[in-house]
Design a protein around this ligand. Structure first.
Ligand SMILES: [Zn+2]
Length: 82
């Protein structure tokens, strides 16, 4: 069985195959949902569960990760991808 890269969901802290997760990254100073995962950078991963997005929003996971104030809009955008 080939090894597939796994990442941890910031909401439920479970490991998932990277390709199944949504990734949020900082690109050119903007925080965006990176659905293609082509940019080589660190990001925050979310499994496709609204509960995880809500949990991350509550604990301001993105603001903590990017060490800046991340607007709640991004969580709305993430919900649209689920
Ligand atoms: Zn999750």
């Amino acid at each position: 069985m080939a090894h597939k890269p796994e990442r941890m969901c910031v909401g439920c802290r479970k490991m998932f195959e990277k390709s199944k997760l949504l990734r949020v990254i900082e690109l050119d100073g903007k925080i965006i949902v990176d659905d293609k995962q082509k940019v080589l950078t660190r990001g925050v991963y979310f499994c496709r569960d609204k509960g995880c997005i809500a949990a991350a929003r509550k604990k301001k996971a993105l603001s903590k990760h990017f060490k800046r104030n991340v607007s709640d809009d991004i969580y709305e955008k993430l919900s649209e991808w689920i």
